[in-house]
Design a protein around this ligand. Structure first.
Ligand code: SF4
Length: 328
C-alpha cells in the first residue's frame, strides 16, 4: 500500500471540502477501498474518513417513504422492520450480498460506489481501460464468466457488483448528494454511467460530492422477490440476479418493476420490460415475452454466453414467484 494522507471529517461540509481534490477519496466501511489500495489499483493521495458524520439514521419521510442515511450498514438496513415489511426486496437483496462480517461494515453509500470485480481490474499487470484509461481491455478475449451481456462497450465489459443497488433500482430510489455546489438529488437510474469510451468514469458524481442518503418512495406492496444465481450459495457475486416487484389486479399484472444485476455495468432496468408485463396474465408466455425484450440486444463474450439463457430462466422464475406472492 502506498502512503497517503488521512483526515477524519467532523461535518459533511468539512468532508466535501476535504474530498474535493481529484486525488482524494472518502472512506466509510472500507470493505472495497482497502482491498483496492492494498493492491495499488487505487492510490489516492488523501483519504477522508466520514465514519463520524451523522448519516446513520433510517427515517420515515412525509410521503410515506424511507430516507436511509449513507452510513447505515447493510446489516442494519436488511434487519430494519420497516424495510422488511414495506420494501422486502431490499432486505432480501442485502442478505444475498457478501458475508455477515462484510455487511456489518459495508455502508449504503459505499455499496452504491463499490467497484467492479472484473479479475483484470484487480491485476495491475493486466491491461484495463477502467484502471488506466487507453491501455486496452484484457477481459475482451479473456476470462469473462462474470462479465456483462448488456450495456457494455468495446472498451469495457465489466459488471456492477451490487445486489442492494439492483433492488433499489426496482424501487425507484433517489440518491441525495452534497457537494461543493450544494445539494442535489440523483435518481438511481442516473447515478451510474455506461462505459462507452470512458469506462473509468463510473458515476455522475463530481469531485467532492458525497452521497448522504438514499430515499425510497412509499411502499407499493405486492410480491417482491430477489433471485440471485451465483457460483456459491453465499459470499459470491451474482452471475445473474433479478429484483421483481409486482402488483396484481383481477388476476392480471397491474404493475411490474424489474431490475437485473450481474449482467450489465449498472443495475439494469428497461421501461419496455415493465410495460410489456403491465396488464399481462401471469403466465410463462408473458414472462418469456418480457425476457425477449430484456435480452434482445444481449451479447455474450465467450465464457459468459450462458448468461443469456440464465437471465431468461431467472427472470421467468422470479416473475412466477413474485406474481404468486402478489396473488396470495
Ligand atoms: Fe478493465 Fe473493464 Fe476490461 Fe475489466 S472489462 S479489464 S474493468 S476495461
Amino acid at each position: 500500500m502506498r502512503a497517503f494522507d488521512y483526515s477524519r471529517a467532523d461535518s459533511t461540509a468539512g468532508a466535501v471540502a476535504a474530498g474535493a481534490p481529484d486525488s482524494a477519496t472518502f472512506i466509510a466501511g472500507g470493505t472495497n477501498l482497502l482491498d483496492l489500495m492494498k493492491l495499488q489499483v487505487m492510490t489516492p493521495e488523501s483519504v477522508v474518513d466520514i465514519t463520524r458524520l451523522d448519516l446513520g439514521q433510517i427515517e420515515e419521510t412525509e410521503e410515506g417513504g424511507l430516507r436511509i442515511g449513507a452510513l447505515v450498514t447493510n446489516s442494519d438496513l436488511a434487519a430494519d422492520m420497516r424495510v422488511r415489511r414495506g420494501w422486502p426486496v431490499l432486505s432480501k437483496a442485502l442478505l444475498a450480498g457478501a458475508s455477515g462480517q462484510l455487511r456489518n461494515k459495508a455502508t449504503t453509500g459505499g455499496n452504491l460506489l463499490q467497484r467492479t470485480r472484473c479479475y483484470y481490474f484487480y491485476d495491475t499487470d493486466a491491461l484495463c481501460n477502467k484502471r488506466t484509461p487507453g491501455t486496452g481491455c484484457a477481459a475482451i478475449g479473456g476470462a469473462t464468466r462474470l462479465h456483462a451481456i448488456l450495456g457494455a462497450s468495446e472498451h469495457c465489459i465489466a459488471t456492477h457488483p451490487s445486489d442492494m443497488a439492483v433492488a433499489m433500482r426496482a424501487l425507484d430510489a433517489v440518491v441525495e448528494v452534497e457537494g461543493p455546489d450544494g445539494t442535489r438529488d440523483i435518481p438511481l437510474e442516473d447515478l451510474h454511467c455506461l462505459p462507452g469510451d470512458t469506462p473509468h468514469v463510473e458515476t455522475v458524481l463530481q469531485p467532492g460530492e458525497l452521497i448522504v442518503a438514499v430515499r425510497l418512495p412509499a411502499p407499493v406492496g405486492g410480491g417482491q422477490v430477489y433471485r440471485k444465481v451465483r457460483d456459491r450459495s453465499s459470499y459470491a457475486f451474482a452471475l445473474v440476479s433479478v429484483a421483481a416487484v409486482v402488483t396484481m389486479d383481477a388476476g392480471r399484472i397491474a404493475n411490474a418493476a424489474i431490475a437485473c444485476g450481474g449482467i450489465a455495468p449498472k443495475p439494469w432496468r428497461m421501461a419496455e420490460v415493465d410495460a410489456a408485463l403491465a396488464g399481462a396474465e401471469p403466465t410463462d408466455d408473458s414472462f418469456a415475452k418480457a425476457a425477449d425484450i430484456l435480452l434482445a440486444d444481449a451479447t455474450g463474450h465467450g465464457d459468459n454466453d450462458f448468461k443469456i439463457d440464465l437471465t431468461r430462466r431467472t427472470l421467468i422464475a422470479a416473475l412466477g414467484q413474485a406474481c404468486a406472492e402478489a396473488s396470495a
